[in-house]
Design a protein around this ligand. Structure first.
Ligand code: MG
Length: 303
């Protein structure tokens, strides 16, 4: 099940991408199934918060292929971020792929084998979030070095605190793609990473959230990012230093996670700032991020 949010005529709607590749108005399908009085959410976050009471009907609606044609999203509907305005900042893990840690250490003239002993967390404000097809602003007034970072995104389904790794995957609703766009000079100048990771439009997310039932092993996914067709990052989620259960266990220690929370799990090697010479995103660039089974997140850079 691929759950998404689209906008049409100024309103957000809960949608889904079908096996046939069309986008259906899942909200309308649910209304037809549950009756006009049933509260129907307008985005994926609302679906997650409603829990099994809506997820099971949604599953049945999406299996009923015959009903899809009558509930197609309008042709001029525009897919936006599945969770367009998270209730909290997007949680992020820094330095979580071995080769990326080594390239970062070399670029900073540190010991290349200086690996984190615990997951390094930071966050991005919700004002960073955009969907596929939306523009990343270059922010040339504020940064010289805008960079990309493909990441597997975890979307929390069942909240909790002190979640042990053994049951951590029970708390996952599904997965998405995130591009943790980063202003490298601000990241360095301000010490703490929040400023360099927090500029508007620097958290492309989507195109949808794939339910975990369709992702049998989140630690075996190929991922690839290209800029204008030139592949810059290519890796597999098996190379994470801290895997999905470890990230959830460490983040939720004394910190309550809620349904709809999003966690970006870190990026592999191949980022622009570690190249010689450094390369950064410029207006006109098109960035494509793909992860096995999760689709393709495409964004262009504008002035
Ligand atoms: Mg990152």
């Amino acid at each position: 099940m691929k759950f998404l949010t689209y906008t049409h005529a100024g309103e957000n709607h809960l949608g889904a991408a079908t096996e046939a590749g069309t986008i259906v108005n899942l909200g309308a399908l649910l209304r037809q199934a549950l009756g006009a009085q049933a509260p129907i959410p307008s985005d994926v976050a609302g679906l997650i918060e409603a829990g099994p009471a809506l997820l099971e009907p949604a599953r049945r609606c999406l299996e009923d292929v015959a009903s899809h044609a009558a509930h197609r999203a309008p042709a001029d509907a525009r897919v936006i971020a599945p969770i367009p305005r998270p209730h909290k900042n997007v949680f992020c893990v820094g330095r979580n792929y071995r080769l990326h840690i080594i390239e970062g250490n070399l670029a900073a003239k540190r010991d290349p084998n200086d690996f984190p002993k615990a997951a390094e967390f930071f966050s991005k404000p919700w004002t960073t979030v955009i969907g596929t097809g939306e523009a990343i602003r270059r922010h040339a007034k504020h940064t010289r070095l805008l960079d990309y970072e493909i990441e597997l995104g975890i979307v929390i389904g069942k909240g909790g605190t002190d979640i042990p790794r053994e049951t951590a995957l029970d708390h996952v609703f599904g997965y998405t793609i995130i591009n943790d766009v980063t202003a490298r000079d601000l990241q360095k100048r301000h010490g703490q990473w929040f400023k360099g990771k927090g500029l508007d439009t620097t958290c492309p997310m989507g195109p949808w959230v794939v339910h975990r039932s369709a992702v049998p092993d989140a630690q075996a996914l190929n991922m690839e990012l290209d800029v204008n067709g030139e592949v810059r990052q290519r890796a597999n989620t098996q190379d994470m230093l801290f895997d999905v259960p470890a990230i959830i266990e460490q983040l939720s220690a004394g910190l309550t996670l809620h349904p709809g929370d999003v966690i970006a799990t870190g990026t592999p090697s191949g980022v622009g700032f570690a190249m010689t010479p450094m390369r950064c995103l410029e207006p006109g660039d098109v960035v494509r991020a793909r992860i096995d089974g999760l689709g393709e997140l495409v964004n262009h850079v504008v002035d």
